[in-house]
Design a protein around this ligand. Structure first.
Ligand code: CMC
Length: 377
């Protein structure tokens, strides 16, 4: 590459693929899945319906949705060797590592689902159905409880909450989680989706692509931000200390997790919706502490840095009110985003082009090899 070429660090503003799935209007604060506004989907749809929309590019008829629901329920149980594998992992493992390992193992146990190509939709359904079972199995084991019996009567969100907490959520709790799953399902070419598409673009299999994506989502600048956002609230302790702790953090030039976004220059529309749900869930639980603290944090960060909240500011606090342990916040993100990852992988398989950017070489070019015994100490 010639030295006058410009390096776009972090591939910022580079358009790498054509996609039919998600549109983000970063200046207008709008997010569309297959043309439908996220606000309308969060209001009127369900996670299963949104999964269908992402995979097939259109809303399902009633019978198509019923069929998808039944297939997802039937694909929930884990094969015995995988259940055993999860039971042998250290109980203090990071649950994202558990998920990554479990998905990777499933590829070897069910190789036909993992094959690249248009039939990978079977693998997309399998992974979407099985992720809550993987999380539930690990969660029960690490707290010393037996795995739960399957509950085919529960929706995806209801089952997820049940698998994690061991009890059925209230109507408000279940709907809050369903909405959170809708909001996280896809987000254009975010880092984990890009990782999935890069893997798929080598004609590797769908499960490998999802394994890459889980490893990418784990990082605190991506999916891990929701956990850090809740940790900051714990550090503050109460409303009275938010101003002082957050201002000091910004003065040290540290990042406040849950704020800022590569694409949105206004508030992330998902954050607006989840803020309202945090209020609803908090009010029904008689506990608006995290809501009030986050309102203060929002005011301070906007005043000091001009930054707006992103979805991760609120998701962790909603999950915490539902009784979800902190280190399962990012795995819940994966439970939702696996639909987007797999939709993108299917899109990649349909119009495959190896993703392979270039680097601007800035090292030396004229060194002569020195034998090891002449290199000094
Ligand atoms: N707290 C404090 N300062 C920030 C923050 C923040 N959260 N975000 C950006 N900035 C500052 C940053 O320090 C920089 O300042 P300066 O120009 O003085 O050095 C400026 O804003 C631009 O930041 P950047 O890192 O160049 O912008 P980016 O487009 O690479 O950042 C981001 C996007 C999400 C990595 C960043 O905003 C961030 O680190 N946020 C916190 C992590 C977070 O909440 N991640 C979840 C993202 S949304 C969920 C998802 O889709 O994954």
């Amino acid at each position: 590459m010639a030295s006058n070429e410009v390096v776009q660090r972090g591939l910022q503003d580079i358009v790498a693929v054509e996609s039919h799935i998600t549109f983000i209007d970063g200046k207008g604060g709008r997010l569309l899945y297959e043309g439908y506004d996220i606000r309308e989907l969060a209001d009127r749809s369900t996670f299963e319906e949104v999964a269908y929309l992402l995979w097939y590019g259109r809303l399902p008829t009633r019978s198509q949705l019923d069929d998808l629901r039944q297939r997802l329920v039937s694909l929930r149980p884990l094969p015995e060797p995988l259940a055993k594998l999860i039971d042998t992992l250290p109980t203090d493992s990071n649950p994202m590592d558990v998920l990554r390992t479990a998905v990777s193992a499933l590829a070897m146990l069910e190789p036909s689902e993992a094959q690249p190509g248009p039939n990978s939709i079977g693998g997309a359904l399998r992974l979407t159905a099985a992720l809550p079972s993987m999380i539930g199995r690990f969660q029960r084991r690490r707290v010393g409880l037996a795995p739960l019996k399957d509950r085919p009567d529960l929706s995806h969100a209801e089952n997820l909450l049940y698998q994690i907490t061991g009890k059925e959520g209230t109507e408000i709790e279940n709907r809050a989680l369903d909405v959170a799953l809708i909001l996280h399902a896809d987000h254009e070419l975010n880092a984990s989706t890009f990782a999935a598409r890069v893997t798929a673009s080598t004609l590797s299999d769908l499960y490998s692509a999802v394994t890459s994506a889980i490893g990418t989502l784990k990082g605190p600048l991506h999916g891990g931000a929701n956990e850090r956002a809740v940790e900051l609230l714990l550090e503050c302790g109460d409303l009275g200390r938010v101003e002082e702790v957050v201002t000091a953090k910004l003065a040290r030039h540290e990042r406040v997790m849950g704020f800022g976004h590569r694409v949105y220059k206004v508030e992330d529309p998902r954050a607006t919706i989840l803020r309202a749900w945090l209020h609803t869930v908090g009010e029904s639980a008689g506990n608006l502490k995290s809501y009030d603290m986050l309102e203060k944090e929002r005011e301070v960060v906007h005043r000091e840095k001009g930054l707006y909240p992103n979805v991760d500011l609120y998701s962790g606090s909603v999950y915490a009110l539902l009784g979800v342990p902190k280190d399962l916040f990012t795995p819940i993100f994966a439970v939702s985003r696996v639909t987007g990852w797999t939709a993108h992988v299917l899109e990649e398989y349909r119009d495959l082009r190896l993703i392979r950017p270039s680097a601007l070489y800035v090292g030396p070019t004229d060194l002569t090899y020195v034998p090891i015994d002449q290199r000094g100490s």
